[in-house]
Ligand binder design. Structure first.
Ligand SMILES: [Zn+2]
Length: 164
């Protein structure tokens, strides 16, 4: 049996269906996690950068990526993770930011060119009413990736990303 031919485009399309394990409304490609796809005959290598080094979902992402590519009929899938360069919230796709907002997660402000001052300087808006009158209630949300906030205007709690 000869190895089926897949194109990098097919692999990218398959990866676009792999949901972020923590935020099911966005995929790993929406989040900008997939850095490289290389196809060499029946061997596919996918390189990804986890969104936050503290994320506990790393092995879930690795397995989901492997499964999605094997589903194309690829016999050998290698999934590599790299932390260089580190993931930044700037890699999140524009349309995914809107889905994050609708899901109730405050999209991170673009980190821009001055990463050293952005961690606390970016204003976080309430995803429901848009108010800037929000308070952080915990440094860490349900995972290390998010923070919990409460909006003083509509009194709703919400999760926000750390901008990194
Ligand atoms: Zn609000």
């Amino acid at each position: 049996m000869t190895a089926p031919h897949v194109t990098p485009e097919q692999v990218w399309a398959a990866l676009a269906t792999v949901p972020d394990p923590e935020i099911p409304v966005v995929s790993v490609t929406d989040m900008g996690m997939v850095r490289d796809v290389s196809v060499d005959g029946g061997h596919v290598t996918v390189t990804f950068t986890p969104t936050f080094s503290g994320c506990p979902a790393l092995h879930v992402i690795r397995e989901s990526i492997g499964e999605a590519v094997r589903a194309l009929g690829v016999p050998e899938v290698e999934v590599r993770s790299t932390l260089t360069p580190p993931w930044t919230t700037d890699w999140i796709q524009e349309d995914a930011r809107e889905r994050l907002r609708q899901y109730g997660i405050a999209p991170p402000a673009p980190a821009g060119d001055s990463p050293l001052i952005t961690l606390e300087a970016d204003p976080t808006r309430c995803p429901r009413c848009g108010s800037l009158n929000v308070r952080m209630t915990a440094s860490f949300g349900p995972t290390l990736c998010k923070r919990l906030f409460v909006c003083d205007s509509c009194k709703e709690p919400f999760e926000g990303f750390k901008s990194v």
